[in-house]
Design a protein around this ligand. Structure first.
Ligand code: CFM
Length: 546
């Protein structure tokens, strides 16, 4: 495959796919071929992509583990649940959330454990004789020092292998200490990626926390924000916006959140889902059990923010609220437009690639579009087919052994707490106006036909994609960042935002435009020469080639 010398010439995407697969053994290539898909929208529907399947051994993936999804992603941003990692010290240390989730306690004496790293520091002795005793001691010690209202225990791989029962320890300690203690069977190997960890985390929150506190609220327009983790302060921006509009945020799952907010979240009248991948099932379960309807929102992108706020107002169908939202939108847009036009004049026509997690590779395309940049290729690390192709494919997703490994909770209407939020008539009225419930259409229908979609991109594929397309910016994470930069392309991290952000809402959009402008119009990258470009350090070949 010749490299893309003339960047305006259309790229033969099918040829690129072949090129990526060429280096793999036949069996591996066959498997990867189902995860690398040309986005052919000619038939009106995106093609099927294989997703949420095991990474092929030997391939360098960018995925994280189930423990990371459970402890790091979902529970990590909650400041007053004391999280103990039951396992070797490395698992606790590397999931120490010093880097990216932010939180803002209401006052100086409110609890905040986010800067701590709690672990049982398992040793060989516990691996051989069991670690439950040490875990019990750790829970007691944590309680004695901090007196938290809740403790979460997170299982790492060895815990599952040796068979420690974290749940029975949690039950005993809950009874003994009189606080809420719950465990997570989120061993790293439990699922094919961190996506399984989200599910395990959310199931336990649903079983052990949500719905515990029935305190009523007189606030109007009560919502929960689901799947917003306050990376780089995004949740703060969203909170401000909602407040400005007079919308009451009961709980965010789980950016800038607290235990009490989770416990009381079932009093909200609408669930708004940001990251569909990590939490859509909680929205379904809360609807089933408590009667809270849900909608998909997106606060990444100025237009998307405006649309989401209007959708919330439309749901509540209140004149005052609609007016306030309209005001906030026009004030926000005025700020955005001035910067957007200026940035667009320098960024129009440039290209981006996004290979991130399970939702951002889609959401951030909005921001690039707003400054005239085109996403030529994108993919998720661990999303499922519905995140690519839309929720309509849900019934046709095959449940494999790995998915079956993750508990599906049986949820029923709560006789005491279920409350229909809208009458049949109101629902009909909204639907008649084209209001979309549970309406995630996925990434692929939103992208250009012919774009290359790659699930669980490998290191090799990343390098070849950069060589072939030479995008103006590549969005990924810390694992890829320096490799991309050594290839002379700027890398924008979208997991931690490097030193930038927030990027949510109108304010965030302005931040993002400016930052991307600086990155793609900065001439410095083309001067980078990696050491191996001047001197070949090492040459290898397969033994079987001779
Ligand atoms: Fe959802 Fe997330 Fe993401 Fe995710 Fe993540 Fe993340 Fe992500 Mo990193 S919950 S799927 S597991 S939006 S940690 S806050 S940035 S990969 S795209």
């Amino acid at each position: 495959m010749p490299e893309n010398k003339n960047r305006n010439a259309p790229i033969d995407t099918a040829g690129v796919k072949e090129e990526l697969l060429k280096s793999y053994p036949a069996k591996v290539a066959r498997k990867r071929a189902k995860q690398i898909v040309v986005n052919d929208l000619a038939g009106g529907e995106p093609p099927e992509i294989n997703a949420n399947v095991r990474t092929i051994p030997g391939i360098i993936t960018q995925r994280g583990c189930t423990y990371a999804g459970c402890k790091g992603v979902v529970l990590g941003p909650t400041r007053d649940i004391l999280n103990i990692t039951h396992g070797p010290v490395g698992c606790g240390f590397y999931s120490w959330l010093t880097r990216r989730n932010q939180t803002r306690p209401g006052s100086a004496d409110e609890e905040n454990f986010m800067m701590y790293c709690f672990t049982t520091d398992m040793q060989e002795e516990e691996i051989v004789f069991g670690g439950e005793k040490k875990l019990r001691k750790a829970v007691q010690e944590a309680y004695d020092i901090f007196k938290p209202k809740a403790i979460g225990i997170f299982s790492t791989c060895p815990v599952g292998l040796i068979g420690d029962d974290v749940h029975s320890v949690a039950r005993d300690m809950k009874e003994k200490l009189g606080i809420n203690v719950f465990g997570f069977s989120c061993e790293g190997y439990k699922g094919v990626s961190q996506s399984a960890g989200h599910h395990i985390a959310n199931n336990q929150l649903f079983k052990h926390v949500i719905g515990l506190d029935d305190t009523k609220s007189k606030a109007k327009f009560r919502i929960n924000m689901l799947g917003e983790y306050n990376i780089g302060g995004d949740a703060f921006v969203i909170e401000e916006l909602l407040e400005q509009c007079g919308i009451n945020l009961v709980a965010t799952f789980s950016g800038n959140s607290t235990y009490d907010k989770f416990a009381n979240s079932h009093i909200a009248d609408l669930n708004c889902v940001m990251c569909h991948r990590s939490i859509n099932y909680v929205a379904d379960m809360m609807e089933e059990k408590y009667g809270i309807p849900w909608i998909k929102v997106n606060f990444i992108g100025a237009e998307a923010t405006a649309k989401s706020l209007k959708k919330i107002a439309e749901y509540f169908d209140d004149k005052g609220l609609s007016e306030k939202v309209a005001e906030a939108v026009s004030a926000g847009m005025a700020e955005v437009k001035a910067v957007r036009e200026d940035v667009r004049s320098r960024c129009e026509g440039k290209t981006a690639m996004l290979f991130v997690g399970g939702s951002r590779a889609h959401h951030y395309q909005e921001l690039f579009r707003e400054i005239g940049m085109k996403t030529v290729s994108a993919g998720y690390e661990f999303a499922h087919r519905d995140d690519y192709e839309g929720r309509k494919v849900l019934p046709s997703i095959k449940v494999d052994a790995d998915s079956r490994n993750i508990e599906e909770l049986k949820v029923e209407k709560d006789p005491g707490k279920f409350r229909a939020r809208k009458s049949e008539e109101e629902l009909k009225k909204l639907s008649g106006r084209g209001f979309e419930w549970k309406d995630y259409n996925g990434m692929m229908p939103d992208m250009e036909s012919g774009a290359l979609i790659i699930d669980d991109i490998s290191h090799h594929e990343t390098e070849r994609m950069i060589e072939i397309y030479k995008p103006d910016v590549f969005c990924a994470g810390i694992k890829e960042k320096y490799i991309i930069q050594k290839m002379g392309i700027p890398c924008k991290q979208l997991h931690s935002y490097d030193y930038g952000g927030p990027y949510a809402g109108f304010k965030g959009a302005v931040n993002f435009y400016r930052e991307i402008d600086r990155m793609v119009n900065n001439g410095i990258w083309k001067f980078i020469k990696s050491p191996w470009q001047a001197n070949t350090c090492l040459v290898g070949k397969f033994a079987s080639e001779d």
